[in-house]
Design a protein around this ligand. Sequence first.
Ligand code: PHE
Length: 463
Amino acid sequence: MAKKKGGFTGRIGFVLAAAGSAVGVGNIWRFPYLAAKDGGGLFLLVYLLLVLTFGFSLLATDIIIGRKTRCSAPAAFASVRKGWGFLGKMTFAVPAIILPYYCVIGGWILKYMCDYLVGRGGIAAQDGYFSAFIQSPAAPIVFMLVYMALTAFVVYAGVEKGIERFSRIVMPALILIVAGIAVFSLTLSHTGADGVTRTGLQGLKVYLIPDFTGLTFSRFLQVLLDAMSQLFFSLSVSMGIMVTYGSYVDSEVDLNKSVRQIELCDTGVAILMGMMIIPAVYVFSGTEGMASGPSLMFVSLPKVFESMGFVGSVVGLLFFVMVTFAALTSSVSIMETLVASCMQAFGAGRKKVSLIVTGIASVAAVLVCLGYNVLYFSVPLPNGSAGQLLDVMDYISNLFLMPIISLLTCIFIGWVVGPQWAIDEVEVGGHTFSRKRMYAFMIRFAAPALMLVLFLQSVGLLK
Ligand code: PHE
């Protein structure tokens, strides 16, 4: 039988590609700053519980829909039940919003990589460096455009396979280096201006041990909201990407095992990233510093590298090079989804569509960069933080669109077609679906209920 175009070579090829899309800026930048903002341990606990139940069910559902229908999202839903095609089309909005701001963050990472390349790591560790950079008029735009161009090149030339092969080396290397830095972070100790000495091990405690003192219901909802948004973003679910990947998977592949491995890889990297960043933030800036939001990683990591002495400049460079690749495998998957959908919708060729998508995304991304200077504003968000344009876009995609799409997907699979439909697809060819009871329960009851609560909370209707 001829191999389907874009099909994966075996289960490992599929798991690696899906993990390549899942592991990115979400794990490296977003997870640590949310975990720190929400006090460490409590966030971690909530996140882990959600990934194992809810995240698992959503990830499995996306992949199952793809494999069963052999179509990408817009067509997949319609082919399961007439009249549900709108849901597939809705998923298009998510990558469309994410791509521009993802490339802005990609640009920040590139900037730091270049700093370490030319030996300016020490300067990057100074207070105020990051905010001065994002507030400057031109530099963030230039770096964003370079990052966007790199992403676009891969999609334009259709060489995803090439970078996937590359990511097989980069991924394990990234995990090793992150684990190494995480261990180093634990050895840090620093006496602040207030005369208090804080250590990495104390920071680890903050990260791992949930602190329930003074926890109110509305605070808990905020943590839940953050953990949920993180889950959608990090696992790349509810935006059509995993549906498309699922459609490339052979029917012999054991989905039960594949889903578990993707989940494990994504969550493992996130936890390690938190371990590398949060104790360090605690050491250098105490619990107040933990609330610093999106700038967290860019402010605290250079300080960690600096405290390593000369070795730090090499480690810093290696780290940012690998993070650039991890981010690229994700942004490529985001742009690819947009390009593939447009190619299908307009019947146009890859090259033309790639150029148009890149053009539009670049304009939007320039606006995101200007959100820190010319177009600066700050609005309070229902998850308790104050946001600029980038955060607002992040909020709309991850806390508004994705919960609606997941809610509808759960209703669709749980009630319209029934969970057995999905379970049968996993068990095809004699494989077992080990968490099938939980899956059915999540899809029918728990997930829709949770999503509804979150949706009401995210639009500010539930206080
Ligand atoms: N999951 C990716 C990350 O963690 C980001 C992503 C979002 C990728 C949406 C694809 C789609 O960085």
